[in-house]
Design a protein around this ligand. Sequence first.
Ligand SMILES: Nc1ncnc2c1ncn2[C@@H]1O[C@H](COP(=O)(O)OP(=O)(O)O)[C@@H](O)[C@H]1O
Ligand SMILES: O=C(O)C1=C[C@@H](OP(=O)(O)O)[C@@H](O)[C@H](O)C1
Ligand SMILES: [Mg+2]
Length: 201
Amino acid sequence: MSDLLKGTNLYLIGMMGTGKTTVGEIIAKKLGYRFVDTDALVEQATQQTIPDIFAKEGEAAFRQIETQVLSQVAPYTRLVVATGGGIVTQPQNWSYLHHGIVVWLDVPLALLQTRLKGDSQRPLLQKDNWIDQLQSLSQQRQPLYAQADVRVAITAQQSPKTVASAALVAVHQLILENPVPTTPPAIKIHGIEPPNAADQN
Ligand SMILES: Nc1ncnc2c1ncn2[C@@H]1O[C@H](COP(=O)(O)OP(=O)(O)O)[C@@H](O)[C@H]1O
Ligand SMILES: O=C(O)C1=C[C@@H](OP(=O)(O)O)[C@@H](O)[C@H](O)C1
Ligand SMILES: [Mg+2]
């Protein structure tokens, strides 16, 4: 499986609470890839927690840092990247996400509510009507998550390990259908003929 991926990064997307951070680490171990989490990288870069960044600088500032972190991660290979749930909302982020294979962890709203009840680390949910907010964000983002290469539909019975296996099966299937090229395809720039692919080796 690792061979078929040829170092291509996996980006996990999905709503808060779908398990991107938890499952991403397991997938990375299974693949012999490194694991990174954009939220952790944002916290490392700013030396602030996510709740503090939202409180002191606001969501727009957080999104800018998130994009910067994503852009710095994208040139690396052999990574499983757990993203923050809102990464899909910034169109420029997609140019980085599409460097790799984008995997959507899709969890029913009711299950997300169970997992996120009492959470204090997700600033967007720190309000009395957090369930409405979760539902509204999920609805708004649905078409964005649907731009993923692969969707993994998750039920309450699936442990993180089972979800990781299901995600890898789905990615494997995708690669069998669309093999990752060994060399990038030649690009034609301003009418100049690309060199013969054989000459590039
Ligand atoms: N498959 C699963 N089964 C049960 N609990 C899970 C599963 N995946 C994640 N969780 C739990 O749900 C919560 C949110 O998981 P997390 O990995 O932080 O999600 P995300 O990074 O997508 O917001 C955590 O408490 C985690 O332990
Ligand atoms: O959905 C979102 O907008 C957010 C999701 C969080 O990450 P997780 O999806 O890992 O919880 C974190 O980036 C921040 O609180 C904003
Ligand atoms: Mg996370």
